[in-house]
Design a protein. Structure first.
Length: 206
């Protein structure tokens, strides 16, 4: 299942901004479905922000936004590559079996890592930004839970199903993920929301 490798395995696969984050944060190995202490995600809901802060991962809201957007850009590039291969396969052409399985496997690992990064950075940023923060954070947790379930299915199909079934599933998954990223960028990564000059409710109340 994706997400089992150490952080060094991902350097150079995402954006330079993400690479710097991984290099500076000592991001631990996190098997899919587990928090950084090994607790199932369904029990903790997220990778606990206080632990990340204790490890020295402190980012401005604008930096969080830049990091997540950079990762989204790289994920879109990967999805475009996969879409081209799936379209080729579904048109009846052969010879792309290995390439598709390799790229889908890599996407699963990258996306699992991306979800962990969002839970370590974006989740606490939106939780603390205003009175609606906890509602936004809860929505993001539920979205990640659904994405991990879809990832598990895609990973299973990648290793066990026919290439045509994989192509159909990967194409559908990719289009759904593109829509998820579009909505997230519109609702959670809005520069007017993730502003460095905003005072959180906790800060205001002391």
């Amino acid at each position: 299942m994706p997400g089992t490798a150490g952080p060094g395995c991902y350097l150079g696969l995402l954006s330079p901004a993400a690479d710097r984050f991984y290099a500076n944060s000592a991001l631990p190995s996190t098997p899919a479905g587990l928090a950084i202490d090994g607790t199932p995600h369904e029990e903790v809901g997220l990778m606990a922000p206080p632990v990340w802060r204790q490890r020295g991962v402190a980012m401005k809201r604008s930096e969080v936004r830049s990091l997540v957007l950079a990762e989204h850009l790289e994920l879109r590039k990967r999805l475009l590559q996969i879409d081209a291969i799936t379209s080729h396969i579904l048109a009846g052409h052969e010879g792309a079996d290995h390439s598709l399985r390799e790229k889908v496997s890599q996407l699963c690992a990258l996306l699992e890592r991306h979800l962990a990064v969002e839970e370590a950075t974006l989740l606490p940023a939106i939780h603390d930004v205003d009175a609606w923060g906890p509602v936004r954070a809860d929505h993001l947790r539920r979205e990640h839970q659904a994405q991990r379930a879809a990832l598990a299915r895609l990973d299973w199909i990648c290793t066990r199903a026919t290439v045509v079934e994989l192509a159909r599933t990967a194409q559908s998954f990719g289009r759904s993920l593109l829509e998820d990223m579009r909505v997230e960028e519109q609702e959670l990564l809005n520069p007017n929301l993730l502003r460095d000059d905003l005072v959180s409710v906790d800060q205001f109340l002391g």
